[in-house]
Design a protein around this ligand. Structure first.
Ligand code: FAD
Length: 305
């Protein structure tokens, strides 16, 4: 048995045959709809399976990537070596606890949690309802929109450390900042998140979610594949405005384009490669730096380059 077959066998033992895919195209698992094959794509159902795969990767020095809903990932055209652990498929439990608390497994999607919170008459999560990712993805980067961010409502995060310990971090220990956390810095896998929300009338909550959805629809190119805002917001500026001012709105390389609707988004016009997107990113950075002196930092996580 060669090393690849050995690993496939061990992965199948850990999570079952039906949950291991070899050479799985990542364009099927990212909102950009871009990306070559993952050597292995694995769909865990339970926490011990994630712990076992993490240990296997350590033992065999195999690279491990964690994927939620792929709404902030640009994967290389050549694909990604090692294991992609996709949590958004089968690790998605959401439980209502007492006193306005919700516990969600890391692969639970924000829209499902938002609907559960609304049905239970709990407010605070509306801002995240239309962020098209998982709660794990939201926790690792402190996702935010309009007037909210995850750190406003998260009480704790359960994580797996690279050396295999399951630990619970308080909100303080998560050290959330703008699109960052201690979990991201230390390479932890987020396993579950505890939220604390506030009672309110479901009709009011629904109305607020509808209002935010309309604002998004009006401003964002939601009909095109993308990974949302391509760049982080530079201090004191808006990335979209800087890109417009530098004359880069509409700039296109191959199938990738700075959205004519919202300059902060790079969109896939249908046949974009990861190389096209990276060239657009580099061109925009260059033009904005030349025009304003500001360096734009990509928000999208780039895999396999
Ligand atoms: C149309 C559109 C609109 C968007 N609007 C917003 C917005 O308003 N606000 C905002 O903040 N973002 C926005 N985004 C970006 C994106 O949805 C968020 O960043 C989201 O939180 C990513 O979650 P995900 O599950 O898709 O993560 P993925 O894209 O799957 O992963 C992103 C990164 O997080 C890591 N990661 C994911 N899950 C875990 C985990 N459990 N443990 C450890 N690491 C993990 C991955 O390894 C990867 O590096 C938007 C994207 C799109 C396409």
């Amino acid at each position: 048995m060669d090393a690849g077959d050995f690993l496939t066998h061990r992965l199948q033992n850990a999570v079952g045959r039906d949950n291991v895919f070899e050479q799985e195209p990542l364009c099927r698992h990212t909102t950009f709809q871009i990306g070559g094959p993952a050597q292995w794509l694995v769909l865990p159902c339970k926490e011990p399976e994630i712990v076992a795969i993490n240990a296997l990767c350590r033992e065999t020095s195999t690279p491990l990537h964690v994927l939620g809903l792929g709404s902030n990932v640009l994967a290389a055209d050549e694909g990604v070596r090692g294991i992609v652990l996709k949590l958004a498929e089968r690790f998605t439990g959401v439980a209502l606890e007492d006193e306005g608390r919700i516990t969600a497994q890391a692969g639970a999607s924000n829209d499902v949690i938002a609907a559960a919170a609304c049905d239970a008459g709990l407010t605070g999560f509306e801002f995240a309802a239309d962020i098209p990712g998982t709660i794990g993805g939201a926790a690792i980067m402190n996702a935010g929109a309009y007037e909210g961010q995850l750190s406003d409502i998260a009480e704790w995060v359960r994580c797996l450390t690279p050396d295999g310990c399951v630990i619970k971090l308080s909100a303080e220990e998560a050290c959330w900042g703008y699109r960052k956390s201690s979990m991201m810095e230390k390479g932890y896998i987020v396993l579950a998140v505890g939220l604390r929300l506030t009672p309110d009338d479901p009709a009011n909550i629904r109305e607020r979610m509808d209002g935010l959805r309309q604002r998004r629809k009006a401003k964002q190119p939601l009909d095109m594949p993308s990974a949302g805002s391509t760049f982080k917001r530079p201090e004191g500026h808006y990335a979209g405005q800087l890109i417009q001012d530098a004359g880069m709105q509409g700039h296109r390389v191959g199938g990738a384009q700075v959205s004519p609707k919202h300059a902060g988004f790079v969109v896939n016009c249908g046949d974009a490669t990861a190389a096209d997107v990276r060239q657009v990113i580099a061109d925009v950075q260059h033009a904005v730096r030349a025009h304003t002196g500001v360096t734009l930092e990509p928000e999208v996580h780039q895999w396999g380059f």
